[in-house]
Design a protein around this ligand. Structure first.
Ligand code: PLP
Length: 388
């Protein structure tokens, strides 16, 4: 039998890093000690009190049954409390909060709730790939909003053609941003709310890095802006805040009609997040937040070591105020992929080529600060020996 996949799978973008992955495996196999700045997956463990809470919750047989579709009441109450305390935003836990099996799950599913075949979705570029692939799986088409340095890596809404804006159904934004590490202020969110109102566009703000900030900077919520709850929702994740990427726990909050439609999709696809994990999630969000400040302190230190080193070897990167990424310019006369390959072949350093996140990411590579300080210092030593 020939297995013929559906058109929607054929429409997914090709995986750009095949050659780079092959090269990494080859370099590794040859015995080189690889320093991997590639994947954005925290190397630090989940804080002990959260692990302890999970152990206790697993011992309670009531957690072993099917969870409720929209999430445990206690977890949704906890999210509403956290929002009030952290952002000063009031949420109705029964209609304005939904639990997700990691925020990626919700981001991938939201287009199924609103996008008809051929509908336009506004997607930043470069960006987290799921905004575009979720759009494609729903039969939609992405209109890419370039994130350029000259605009502080914010989309320039004035550059979106009138006919695109008036036909767009959904818009994704993400601040603090992966991969550029840019941040957005409330003024930008106000512009987004006005734009969305004018054109009837549902805004989906991905705030996965809202708690990962440096130098005293405190990222705002999209929902802090007047009118935001009329036009959109915000996605959150426990993955990056509490080093819980493997646990799969996130949530979406905001406009109740949007949350309800996302819930309708989800109730037909999944059966919710494991209750024991939600119980541990409550302990994470309500417990002592010193673990978060300590994590930020560690990333901040790593950031400073890497930036100082990059500067010394003549590579140019802006100092991130948030996220664990460094978005680094590459030397003239080379491409992101070529430069990543050079770092891998000549120094055993893995980075992600910026164009893999979208064409406007060409000219950059991304370092994830998920590598201990000593290894970053070692990487800098290796870079010193290279000629750019
Ligand atoms: C890591 C990441 C997520 C996904 O997090 P999960 O909750 O683990 O699914 C979402 N958005 C961005 C921008 C990310 O970098």
């Amino acid at each position: 039998m020939t297995v013929e996949v559906a058109e929607r799978l054929k429409l997914l973008p090709p995986y750009l890093f095949k050659e780079l992955d092959r090269l990494r495996d080859e370099v590794k196999a040859s015995g080189v000690d690889i320093i991997d700045f590639g994947v954005g997956d925290p190397d630090l463990p989940t804080p002990a009190h959260i692990i302890e809470a999970l152990k206790q919750a697993v011992d309670d047989p009531s957690t072993h049954r099917y969870p409720s579709y929209s999430g445990m009441n206690d977890f949704r109450d906890c999210v509403a409390g956290w929002y009030e305390k952290r952002f000063g935003v009031e949420l109705d836990p029964s209609s304005e909060v939904i639990v997700l099996i990691g925020s990626k799950e919700g981001i991938a599913h939201i287009p199924l709730a609103f996008v008809n075949p051929g509908d336009t979705v506004l997607v930043p570029s470069p960006s987290y790939p799921v905004y575009h692939t979720g759009t494609i799986l729903a039969g939609g088409e992405s209109f890419f909003m370039p994130l350029l340095e000259k605009n502080g890596f914010l989309p320039d809404l004035k550059q979106i053609p009138e006919e695109v804006a008036s036909s767009a159904k959904l818009m994704f934004i993400n601040y603090p941003n992966n991969p550029t590490s840019a941040v957005a202020d409330k003024q930008f969110f106000e512009m987004v709310v006005n734009f969305a109102r004018k054109h009837d566009i549902i805004v989906c703000h991905d705030a996965a890095y809202s708690e990962l900030a440096f130098d005293g900077y405190i990222p705002p919520s999209f929902l802090e802006v007047d009118g935001a709850k009329d036009v959109g929702i915000e996605f959150h994740s426990l993955s990056k805040t509490y080093n819980m990427t493997g646990w799969r726990l996130g949530f979406a909050v905001g406009n109740s009609d949007i949350i309800k439609a996302l819930g309708q999709v989800k109730s037909n696809i999944d059966s919710g997040a494991f209750n024991a994990i939600q119980k541990a999630g409550i302990v994470a969000l309500e417990g002592n937040q010193d673990c978060v400040s300590e994590m930020c302190r560690i990333y901040e230190e790593r950031r400073d070591v890497l930036l100082k080193g990059l500067d010394e070897v003549g590579l140019n990167a802006a100092k991130p105020k948030a996220t664990f990424y460094v978005w680094c310019k590459i030397p003239h006369g080379t491409t992101s992929t070529e430069f990543s390959m050079k770092l891998l072949k000549e120094a055993g350093i893995v980075t992600t080529p910026g164009n893999g996140f979208g064409e406007p990411g060409e000219g950059y590579i991304r370092f994830a600060l998920t590598v201990p300080k000593e290894r970053i210092e070692e990487a800098i030593e290796r870079l010193r020996k290279l000629k750019f």
